[in-house]
Ligand binder design. Structure first.
Ligand SMILES: NC(=O)c1ccc[n+]([C@@H]2O[C@H](COP(=O)([O-])OP(=O)(O)OC[C@H]3O[C@@H](n4cnc5c(N)ncnc54)[C@H](O)[C@@H]3O)[C@@H](O)[C@H]2O)c1
Length: 351
């Protein structure tokens, strides 16, 4: 069988999941690790017995079939576009970029160079997410009236002070929304449907060493008439289970962390759990489905199939995030599709 030559750019926290998934995939062959911090590139290179580099351009010159981008948010678009222009398929971590302008450039570069662009939103592949989506799409819940999501996690000041890119509009592109809540926002719009408009507020209430939001709330109006409520903060006392609930005329379907509870009038309650034997690589709250999405992406490349979460699909959660930043900054509701003003960056929220 043809094996894909795979290189991983960025050897920080999340890369451990990408290296492990790729090393376990018989259709893939790891050919390079890359990080601007030499000790990180070396550690992954030695662990997997592969050459390691500090400049991603040298990696692109090796001619990999696929690169994974596991770098900070601010350089996803630069690396993705450089790879696409060399005919290399790209699987990037979320968010695909900081701005919608960058996202559009990535989508265009992939299209023009006939390469696949995938965006990691691994939680779409969780059994719980699939069960709730199915309950909505099959009509079991009846007309969808509302949805609510809560992400209340814990990120101490050290989380920011120990990073050279988090906590700024330029480096991370935001705070709790673009980094932590974006997974649940992606599920909300994927399950409930297209957003029509939203109105939001945000603040930095406890992390005074950073510029970006550590709390945000929004009311979301969906095109199907449902109303959504969003609350996210990262100053809670622990990483509490994420909640996403969909309320239909006939019942509710709720995702709590990695399991779902579906309650439909006149039917027994249904619970959906992850498979018993799943292996958690990395942090527990990252979920268990990175490997599924990475395996799928390789199959898409090998069989030239469309990618489930391609650039257009991955952009939707970013549009949701950016629309909240815009609404919270201007105090105005935002209509979708959101036309982001060129160069829009929210001001520092530090008091
Ligand atoms: N899907 C998930 O559940 C999940 C979980 C954690 C992180 N992430 C995402 O993964 C990405 C990385 O996050 P992280 O927590 O691993 O960050 P990190 O800071 O731990 O690692 C990023 C690494 O990229 C390196 N880097 C920066 N610029 C580079 C360049 N030009 N070339 C090569 N290497 C470069 C840095 O030196 C660093 O080692 C982010 O987009 C983040 O949002 C996703």
């Amino acid at each position: 069988m043809e094996r894909l030559k795979v290189a991983i750019i960025g050897c920080g926290n999340v890369s451990s999941v990408h290296f492990a998934a790729t090393a376990q995939n018989l259709a893939a062959e790891l050919i390079a690790a890359c990080d601007t911090k030499p000790e990180r590139a070396k550690a992954m290179g030695e662990k997997y017995g592969i050459p390691y580099f500090t400049d991603y351009n040298e990696v692109l010159e090796l001619g990999p079939d696929v690169i994974h981008i596991c770098t900070p948010h601010y350089n996803h678009s630069e690396i993705a576009i450089a790879a696409a222009q060399k005919g290399i398929h790209v699987l990037t971590e979320k968010p695909m970029s900081i701005t919608l302008y960058e996202a559009d450039n990535m989508i265009r570069a992939a299209r023009e160079n006939n390469v696949k662009l995938g965006v990691i939103f691994q939680n779409r592949y969780n059994r719980a997410s699939l069960a709730v989506k199915e309950a909505v799409e099959s009509g079991q819940l009846g007309r969808i009236k509302g949805a609510r999501m809560f992400v209340t996690w814990h990120r101490p000041d050290e989380y920011y002070s120990q990073s050279d890119w988090k906590g700024t509009w330029e480096g991370e592109g935001g705070g709790v929304l673009i980094d932590q809540a974006i997974h649940t926002m992606d599920l909300m719009q994927w399950i409930v449907g297209e957003i029509d408009s939203l109105e939001a507020s945000m603040a930095n209430r406890t992390h005074h060493i950073i510029d970006v939001e550590d709390v945000a709330e929004a009311v979301i109006r969906f095109k199907n008439g449902a109303i959504g409520s969003l609350y996210a903060c990262n100053y809670y006392t622990y990483d509490a289970d994420v909640l996403l609930e969909v309320h239909g005329e006939l019942g509710t379907a709720r995702i709590e962390k990695d399991h779902a509870v579906i309650r439909i009038a006149g039917q027994p309650e249904r619970k959906v759990f992850p498979e018993d034997d799943y292996e958690v690589i990395g942090k527990d709250y990252w979920g268990v489905s990175h490997k599924i999405q990475i395996d799928e992406f390789y199959r898409d490349v090998l069989e030239n199939r469309p990618v489930d979460i391609d650039g257009v699909e991955g952009r939707k959660a970013l549009e949701f995030v950016r629309a909240i930043y815009y609404s919270a900054t201007t105090g105005e509701p935002v209509q979708f599709p959101f036309q982001e003003p060129m160069g829009f960056t929210p001001p520092s929220l530090t008091r």
